[in-house]
Design a protein around this ligand. Structure first.
Ligand code: PLP
Length: 434
């Protein structure tokens, strides 16, 4: 194991450069702190000394209040698959907004989008719209509980599925809640099988993200996902796929990519074309617990579910997300990964780059582990890489997260390569490697 030890003044020096580039962001964040705790309104994205404040986005770039341009490699938490202000979505939204934003009853646009989703994603026979990944995960759990008549859920330790209490068990060292939420380590099929053998008759659903992205990107070992799916079936539990992020891995989503056949799948993030939207989809036999014609239907409301604007943006965005687009994005991410690894090798800096398709986690370490039981702490050398990247015009996640959009290409991709390589050089200068 190689240790990367930041020099005593490493952070202070980098923060000084960062502050000099971003005085307006600093001022705006001071104002923000007067009204919002630490000046923020979502968990992911915060970092010391303060995050930049965005002024506008354009394709692969985000501009801050000081006019600095960043190649955006996080795209609003992976929710902009075609980058910022994607022209076909902007045009469709302009046309739609003249007619309002949403109403109680359906719109043809909502039905069009539901049709597209069911035609495109093989395991979708019926869908229900929500407004976020968190909401669609909550709905998945409710539907699974109503369908099976069981109450418990089995999920992966450190598996992130949004901000619903039950699905936060296993994060931040939160222990199992017997009868309600059971845990097993991601990648350990036997552990999942054991939990299902012990508690199978209580478990309504086994929920997995096929590749864990948040905190530490973790890919599944071969056969793991299939074994868990089979064990869930044997126990009479539903196999639920969280494809909020990983729908991007194939035309039909990660079920297609990894040959899975989930009973329910939930979506969020880029499915709304940049606007808030979530989707729960699956076999009609299961989704029918929501049917108001049933004697005791499962009630699910939501004022903005399937609203006009999100339906339009989501449909247009998904129509442009073709198989060719996915192949090109994946290849670009592969070349970025290879360039980072080559530069780190040349510098003698340990760097682990993990991921699949267009998503990567880049960590300044040769030991992949979660830090201090904190799901989202990537370790100081990786945090320095993030800060250094900002000073070179690249916005990656504060925990080393990288995800390309379909427009992270050409000059923008070149700038991302250059900026990240310069950031790696900074980190190697600012740290002692032992
Ligand atoms: C895998 C996964 N599922 C669900 C969610 C929740 O989505 P949202 O932020 O839209 O509530 C996230 C958010 O990051 C996620 O990464």
């Amino acid at each position: 194991m190689t240790s990367v030890i930041p020099r005593a003044d490493a952070r202070a020096g980098l923060e000084e450069i960062y502050r000099r580039r971003t005085p307006r962001s600093e001022q705006a964040m001071e104002r923000a702190r007067r009204y919002m705790v630490r000046g923020i309104t979502r968990g992911w994205g915060y970092h010391r000394p303060y995050p930049i404040v965005g002024a506008r986005g354009e394709g692969p770039y985000l501009f801050d209040l000081d006019g600095n341009r960043y190649v955006d490699l996080v795209n609003n938490g992976l929710s902009l698959i075609h980058g910022h202000a994607f022209p076909p979505v902007v045009a469709a939204l302009k046309a739609a907004v003249e007619r309002g934003s949403g109403w109680l009853v359906a719109s043809e646009e909502q039905i069009d989008f539901a049709q597209l989703l069911c035609e495109r994603i093989e395991v979708f026979e019926r869908v229900r719209f929500t407004n976020s990944g968190t909401e669609s995960g909550m709905l998945a759990m409710k539907v699974a509980r109503a369908f099976t008549g069981r109450q418990a859920v089995l999920k992966a330790i450190d598996g992130f599925h949004g901000s619903f209490d039950d699905l936060e068990v296993g994060l931040y060292d939160r222990p199992e809640i017997p009868g309600r939420v059971y845990l097993a380590p991601f990648g350990d099929a036997e552990a999942f099988e054991r939990k299902l053998a012990e508690h199978g008759d209580e478990i309504a659903a086994v929920v997995l993200e096929p590749l864990m992205f948040s905190g530490l990107v973790t890919t599944a070992p071969p056969g793991f996902l299939q074994r868990v799916q089979e064990a869930a079936r044997r126990a009479g539990a539903l196999f639920v796929l969280d494809d909020c992020l990983m729908l991007r891995l194939a035309y039909g989503g990660s079920a297609e990519r990894y040959s899975l056949d989930p009973d329910l799948t939930f979506l969020g993030k880029f499915i709304g074309g940049g606007l808030p939207m979530g989707v729960l989809g699956g076999r009609s036999e299961i989704m029918e617990v929501l049917d108001p014609h049933r004697p005791e239907p499962l009630y699910h409301g939501g004022s903005f579910n399937g609203n006009l604007l999100s339906s339009v943006a989501g449909r247009v965005s998904l129509e442009h997300f073709t198989a060719e687009t996915i192949t090109a994005m994946d290849a670009r991410a592969g070349s970025l990964r290879a360039a980072l690894v080559a530069e780190a090798d040349a510098l003698g800096l340990p760097l682990s780059v993990v991921g699949d398709g267009s998503v990567l986690g880049a960590y300044v370490t040769d030991t992949l582990e979660r830090h201090d039981g904190n799901t989202f702490n990537a370790g100081e050398p990786t945090q320095l890489l993030h800060l250094a990247a900002l000073t070179h015009g690249v916005l990656m996640g504060p925990g080393g997260e990288i995800a390309l959009s379909s427009v992270t290409a050409g000059k923008a991709l070149d700038s991302a390569h250059e900026g990240l390589i310069r950031a790696l050089q900074d980190v190697s200068r600012l740290c002692t490697i032992e």
